[in-house]
Design a protein around this ligand. Structure first.
Ligand code: HEM
Length: 264
């Protein structure tokens, strides 16, 4: 091989399999810790892909490509189904099996998943406390700061609807992107009208509802997994555990899309 030629691409080199397989470093010799690490790593990889796709959805909406945005949302939803289904695998680990290595986690917890928080931020649930958990200059902190300041998926959607000819009030188009999305009677009226007359965009709305429902499904399955694995014990991340997690359930990202159902 001449010096300037790079080696042929192989499965292993392209996917960096050697590096990938080095990344599972259990802190105990307990059998189940390998599963625990792998499953969390797989979640983080899917979170990365979900963010990659949600960024695309927002770009497509800004470019008035509603159909393509819907298509991309379908991919996100399919990933979410996998994320929910994966909980079954970890539920094969009994409470006693988890206890064999739980103390090795110290204060580490899914609470500190910056990518999960990034997804929440894109969906409109932003919090400074989630950002401040990460040190200045870290990848996590920079990523969260960028998403903190950026418009949410709901903002991109409302702007898109305006350009599609819907009468979205100015106050909503220029709303504070840091604030949570509050239910709005005006937006609900627009959406009711849209559902009755515009099958194309109502499909897009349904995909947003799927996304919202998918996230809520994940939260529900996660809290049930927590209840069956650690019961009422506090979390390693310092919260009350399942009790705290139950407070995060049934909080829709897009309340207007749920509220209109009673009026359709
Ligand atoms: C045996 C399995 C698991 C247990 C017992 C468990 C336990 C907990 C607990 C107690 C919390 C609350 C925060 C705390 O005080 O630590 C939490 C939060 C969290 N966990 Fe898990 N977890 C498990 C598996 C997973 C998996 C596989 C993921 C996937 C990434 C995950 C992601 C998260 C996330 C994102 C949060 C933050 C949720 C929020 O604040 O709304 N957990 N977990």
């Amino acid at each position: 091989m001449a010096e300037h030629e790079s080696p042929a691409v192989t499965y292993g080199s392209y996917l960096q399999v050697d590096q990938l397989l080095q990344l599972q470093q259990p802190r105990s010799d307990e059998h189940d810790e390998v599963l625990f690490i792998i499953i969390h790593q797989v979640y983080e990889l899917w979170f990365k892909e979900v963010l990659h796709e949600l960024d695309r959805v927002m770009r497509l909406l800004r470019a008035d490509k509603g159909d393509r945005a819907q298509h991309t949302l379908k991919r996100v939803l399919t990933i979410l189904k996998v994320l929910v289904a994966q909980v079954d695998i970890l539920e094969t680990m009994t409470p006693l099996e988890f206890l064999t290595f739980r103390n090795r986690l110290a204060a580490a917890s899914g609470f500190q998943s910056d990518q999960f928080r990034q997804i929440e931020f894109v969906l409109g649930a932003k919090s400074r406390a989630s950002i401040e958990r990460f040190g200045a200059g870290t990848r996590a902190r920079q990523a969260l700061e960028a998403r903190w300041a950026a418009p949410t998926l709901w903002d991109a959607f409302l702007q898109y609807l305006k350009r599609e000819g819907y009468d979205i009030p100015e106050a909503h188009l220029s709303r504070d992107v840091l604030a949570p999305v509050e239910p709005s009677a005006e937006i609900q009226q627009v959406l009711i009208d849209l559902y009755r007359k515009d099958p194309r965009n109502s499909e897009l709305c349904e995909r947003l509802v799927d996304l919202d429902e998918g996230m809520q499904e994940w939260r529900y399955r996660h809290v049930k997994m927590v209840e069956r694995t650690i019961g009422a014990k506090p979390g390693t991340g310092g919260s009350s555990g399942a009790e705290y997690l139950r407070t995060t359930l049934a909080k829709p990202a897009f309340p207007d899309l749920w509220a209109i159902r009673a009026s359709l």
